[in-house]
Design a protein around this ligand. Structure first.
Ligand code: MN
Length: 213
């Protein structure tokens, strides 16, 4: 994801209905084509007159946001964050590749890291679910890796992003209601149970390896 201004809404790497029955096609279509697209359009509109920012990646825009003039500081945190967080979310899940009823489990170095830090996959799921349920209003829960590959679960409000200079994001789950309300209504916990079935563990393991080295 080395895009810079003008940002474009690239297609999902799978069909809108490819994640059913866990996440429905209508939700995915609205989420990608309307919600993410709005963040992209807003970000481009904010940046149009700031030519010095046109070569920056999303990560760079977010990382430097504290130094921007007040009129664009929060708009960039919200909208560059909105683009980054959504692209990360859509790329971290994929159509279920396991057989019906089989569990979707971590692989490789990340699997070992999760066992070391959380004790077991079940404990990891429990803690990530607890964190995601604790987000008041809208935001995200993340699995991130810090120095030495130390895994931690954090939450961010709104479209804030973990400090990308210090942590490598491994997974995020969007708990804004637009991510689940059509299918799961107000049952965020049920959405999280379904989301766990869709994690692209191979991709997450690659992010862990890349982030630690
Ligand atoms: Mn969203």
């Amino acid at each position: 994801m080395n895009q810079h201004y003008p940002f474009v809404n690239t297609p999902l790497p799978y069909g809108y209905d490819a994640l059913e029955p866990y996440i429905d096609g209508r939700t995915m279509q609205l989420h990608h084509d309307r919600h993410l697209e709005t963040y992209i359009n807003n970000l481009n509109a904010i940046l149009i007159n700031y030519k010095e920012l046109h070569d920056l990646s999303l990560e760079e825009l977010i990382g430097k946001a504290l130094f921007y003039p007040p009129e664009i500081k929060n708009p960039i945190i919200n909208n560059a964050g909105g683009v980054y967080n959504h692209q990360f979310y859509f790329n971290a899940i994929h159509p279920l590749s396991t057989m019906d009823g089989e569990k979707n489990m971590p692989v490789g170095e990340l699997s070992q890291g999760i066992d070391q830090v959380f004790g077991s996959v079940e404990q990891f799921k429990h803690q990530l679910t607890k964190a995601a349920l604790s987000v008041f209003g809208s935001g995200y829960a993340w699995l991130i890796a810090g120095a030495g590959g130390r895994l931690t679960i954090v939450t961010t409000p709104n479209q804030n992003t973990p400090q990308l200079a210090r942590y490598a994001p491994i997974l995020n789950v969007d708990v804004w209601e637009h991510a689940y309300y059509l299918k799961h209504a107000n049952r965020r916990a049920d959405y999280l149970t379904d989301w766990f079935q869709l994690i692209n563990w191979k991709e997450a393991n690659q992010k862990f390896i890349d982030g630690v080295l």
